[in-house]
Design a protein around this ligand. Sequence first.
Ligand SMILES: Nc1ncnc2c1ncn2[C@@H]1O[C@H](COP(=O)(O)OP(=O)(O)OP(=O)(O)O)[C@@H](O)[C@H]1O
Ligand SMILES: [Mg+2]
Length: 347
Amino acid sequence: MMESNSAPAHTTMVDSDNVVPEASESFVTTRAVDAVTKRALAYLQAGYPVHLAGPAGTGKTTIAFHLAALWGQPVTLIHGNDEFTVSDLVGTNDAGYRRSKVVDNYIHSVMRTQEEMRQIWVDNRLTTACRNGDTLIYDEFNRSRPEANNVLLSVLSEGILNLPGLRTSGEGYMDVAPSFRAIFTSNPEEYAGTHKTQDALVDRMITIRLNPPDRDTELAIVEAKSGLDELEAGYVVDIVRELRGTGDNKSQPTLRAGIAMGRILAMMNGRARFGDPFFHHLCYDTLGAETAKIQHAGKSVFTDLIDGVIKKVCPPSGARMGHKPGERKLKPVDSTAAPQPARRAAG
Ligand SMILES: Nc1ncnc2c1ncn2[C@@H]1O[C@H](COP(=O)(O)OP(=O)(O)OP(=O)(O)O)[C@@H](O)[C@H]1O
Ligand SMILES: [Mg+2]
């Protein structure tokens, strides 16, 4: 599922291509997140590339940006791409066209125009990062073909970048600057559009496997990203988690589903209630589009499943809740009424 405004950390452009990430205020740190961050920082400190691997929506990109922000060096960002070749990573010899005027100082009437074609080497992002000692974030690196990524082998183990295109000018090898660090993320190989990575490359990184977050982390993230209070965010998160624990892979909603539900609910000033039509439809729409196609006797099996989960997790629409003094009273939801304007800003 797409999510708008999902930039994991603020970034500031420092020149045409580099970014300096700043730790985002909306980054949520819990014990589990902190443990990952601490280990990853230790590995970077020791000079090792870090690889965050795991299924979609487990926070890999967000943590990669956060780490880079904590590391504090300028960042070069590459997104894996099936069409990449080595030159998309290291650079290429571009055919440059040069035109110049020659004026003779002694014979003023002489003016020549020289034109020449020459090969001009243009660094691409990996080369820039290795040259400057930046932090490279190579997001979803296994979307690029292994042939393109081969160039990383010597970068990561020997600290040498091979630039065959510069061989004739004697710069065919470049020492990688000592401050260069790399953070990789990848999705599982069975995901569409990913390639199997060469073992030798993964062997050169330290891989931290991320799983869907624990409840505390997921709740804190949904609260932070949606503005819902803990109670309502808790219902949303429990529905997502309940569903994640059932069924096949395709129906496993990620963190993004909970964030989307939470944002929309907060924007509509709605409540997560069993029997509330808007909420039920919001759940159908945000949780597992694939499974919704499975029909039984003309009815989606998926909507029945969702209805059951909502019933299990949420109080019924219109139910009066027991409140401790000072707690916010929950009004029964009337979804047939026109949507109320938002009270809380999402995000
Ligand atoms: N620690 C966190 N603090 C705040 N938000 C987070 C955190 N971790 C994840 N998120 C949010 O969860 C969503 C999914 O995270 P992210 O995009 O990093 O996952 P991913 O593993 O890179 O997913 P994909 O494999 O699909 O690229 C994003 O909206 C992100 O903002
Ligand atoms: Mg990602």
